[in-house]
Design a protein around this ligand. Structure first.
Ligand SMILES: *[C@@H]1O[C@H](CO)[C@@H](O)[C@H](O)[C@H]1NC(C)=O
Ligand SMILES: *[C@@H]1O[C@H](CO)[C@@H](O)[C@H](O)[C@H]1NC(C)=O
Length: 235
């Protein structure tokens, strides 16, 4: 029953991703592309931001699987330097273990058609310690970058029943983050969660805002790191 509820909720999220840009994140703190040069956006043909992602080298972007499976990737381009430069996608794939009902393995890799030398971020190889702080960077309704401070909650703790989720909801490829400021809301899927200068998560799903005791759920990058490295070298 819980799963059914979640799956119909996720379909609502998927249906709404296209409109999220009209809303954008609220409550974040203004930041700059210079502070997060590795962040990129996935944009549709109309220039609307549909997802976030990050550069892990000059040609490779990591984002969520939902961004490629819910959109036609041939219609997407990558905005670098907060959209100042737009680059086409040469190749892409998402984790074939991605399941849009459970949202496990919500990770994808894109290869850019041109190399960009703006900055990269390292992938976490270990899940962050429960309780450490992190920052989600995403866009507000005017496409300005904002930071949302979160307290990271480990996979086990998040599914323990202490929050809104059970262990059947929070799988090994996920971790959680509770917004420190409970008014924060609305990050685009694929937006990065960074802690200690490493990419530890990507915005994946949640019951709404990721606050008020309902943590946002992220792809756990440490659990996908070997898939990312192997896949990037195969594309
Ligand atoms: C782009 O805008 C046109 C006109 O408003 C609309 O019909 C079309 O669906 C939009 N395309 C996307 C991918 O949002
Ligand atoms: C995309 O990657 C696949 C898988 O490695 C490869 O077979 C294919 O040739 C690549 N396509 C392009 C256009 O590089």
């Amino acid at each position: 029953m819980a799963k059914l509820y979640i799956s119909s909720f996720l379909l609502v999220i998927a249906a709404c991703v296209c409109n999220i840009n009209a809303v954008g994140a609220v409550g974040g703190v203004a930041t700059t592309i210079e502070a997060h040069p590795y962040i990129v956006s996935l944009q549709d043909t109309n220039g609307s931001l549909v997802c976030g992602g990050v550069l892990i080298d000059t040609r490779t972007v990591v984002t969520t699987a939902q961004c490629l499976s819910f959109y036609d990737v041939t219609q997407l381009v990558v905005g670098v330097s907060n959209g100042a430069r737009v680059v086409s996608i040469a190749n892409s794939t998402f984790n074939l273990g991605f399941d849009f009902i459970t949202m496990q393995n919500d990770v994808a890799v894109l290869i850019l058609a041109e190399a960009v030398s703006v900055g990269t971020i390292a992938l976490a190889t270990e899940e962050p310690t429960n309780g450490v702080s992190g920052v989600v960077t995403t866009w507000d309704s005017s496409n300005n970058l904002v930071d949302i401070a979160v307290s990271i909650i480990g996979t086990q703790e998040c599914g323990s029943g202490q929050y809104s989720y059970s262990e059947d909801d929070i799988l090994a490829t996920m971790l959680c983050g509770l917004a420190t400021n409970t008014n924060d809301c609305g990050a685009l899927p694929g937006s990065p969660l960074v802690s200690n200068n490493e990419l530890v998560g990507l915005v994946s799903w949640g019951y709404g805002c990721g606050n008020n005791g309902r943590p946002a759920v992220f792809t756990d990058i440490a659990s996908e790191e070997s898939w990312i490295i192997q896949t990037a070298s195969s594309l």
